[in-house]
Design a protein around this ligand. Sequence first.
Ligand code: ADP
Ligand code: MG
Length: 576
Amino acid sequence: TRETLERTLAQLDGRGYASYKQLHGSYDLGSCQLAIDHVQVDPYAPPSKVRAIVDRATSDLPKELIDTPAHRVAVADFLTRRFRDAIDRLAPRPSGGGGGPISIGAPGQQVLARTSVLIADDRVEARFQVELPAAGRRALGRNAARLLTETVPAIVEASLRHANLDAEALRRHVELYLDQEALRSALPERGLVAFVGDGAVLPRRSGDSDLPLTDGATVFESPPSLRVSFDLPSGRSVTGMGVPAGITLIVGGGYHGKSTLLRAIERGVYPHLAGDGREWVVTSPEAVTIRAEDGRAVTGVDISPFITNLPAGTDTTRFTSTNASGSTSQAANLVEAVEAGAALLLIDEDTSATNFMIRDQRMRHLIPADREPITPFVDRIRPLHNERGVSTILVAGGSGAFFDVADQVIALDAYVPRDVTAAAREIAASDPAGSGVEAGSGPAAARSGPVFDSSLPRIPTAEALRPRGKGKPAKARGRTAIQYGHETIELSALAQLVDPAQTTAIAHILDRLASRLDGRLTLAEAVTELYRQIADDGLDAVSPHTGHPGILALPRRHEVHAAVNRYRELALRPPR
Ligand code: ADP
Ligand code: MG
């Protein structure tokens, strides 16, 4: 009970920090139950993990708002944000700056499935972290008592009880989320891979901010020829630009907003908050950004559709490198993404290897096909769609090479899109020599039959993710790296990994995969099994901890594949 907790804390006031250990346990505070699942060993260790549990009856969330798993994702996101607001109000850092002693993660502009708030049949649980107060290495038991028995219940009261929430804001939050997800599921039946709503604000405040540009942003307005409308479950109807499946080219002068549009589409795989500006930028969930990433490791990837006959006789059907070049890394990224189920590739000239993308006629004349290992993407973009159903949205302001293969061409002029497909076709027809495409130009192009169907399955060995000497679990270092055994898995090239809590979840998922791999399952099969379990048991299921699962957010399976593929000690079973 509250008294037990207060008494214990009063007793350990002024004693060594380690005496906090005895707090481990569960306490009935009246308005909520407090479960202290993990107590930090010293003031500098990762903070203690605490759950606050409220009866469903007490929390009183309307039943119709928590009907389905999708509803619960949206409600949990809302409650997490209100919990964080209450922390800022009731438990700020004494100096005012930075985070206070209590934290629940920092959800950004996206709405993701998270472990921070659990909505179960009988209860609502907040999972947060507390830095137990210290003076030097002594426990400040009385301060801790105030924090845990007064501040925490006040935060819980403000954020988990329906009566204390803005009910209308909550309803709108859920409605917006469900509308966005409904639009996403409706894309395929309309033959679309992405949608950008009229009125959207795509540019961000700065290169290191995900907040909308507020001053002087040109709002999005769809070109009439690509305009489509959707009627959504809430009764709302939205109109905007539909990007059809197939090959879409985004062109336009430098600084006219091409990359900004592509980046918004790339983030459109996630739902966004009201006011973000990208609420109605909605993309196929299977969209993956492909870029050059020289220096990455590649293990056993069939990049032969793009690269064959390397000078040293390297086998490109099982390409392995500790230090891939710009073009080979981009080819590997693409083939791996398709293996992971990508249905839409997003490619920006700014982050591509030119020799991977195109080769012009002069170069084709100077360097004979049999001396050039690369068949550029411009020759492969069409087979990729015809053979594998993979669409591409490509930003190419510097070359007209893709005019011949594009299904639609969108030009940005001072941030305003126009459909210039007809003009581009005319140019392509009147000037075939300017084309970058030439059948039979590269050695791979000379192969007859399909280009993309030959890949052997990639089967990791049973020990593939269990490096020798790896005693410790995988550990996320911020959003962009995972420490795994002696290796660091570098993830900064993954544009669609948006939250450090996703990276933490990927680290746990790697440990789960490690024990699942048996030398028979392909990587894709192992990941699929794991995601089935997450769908059944929730994201908590990937955590190694019972009780408080840690601060996790659901990553896409694409980013899980990407992390495994970037692991430098990944070992595959040799093909038979
Ligand atoms: P490009 O890729 O065509 O060279 P960018 O997308 O990088 O251009 O955009 C150039 C600049 O214009 C960036 O600073 C970006 O934030 C800004 N910008 C992009 N779209 C808009 C818009 N719709 N309204 C205002 N500024 C924008
Ligand atoms: Mg650009």
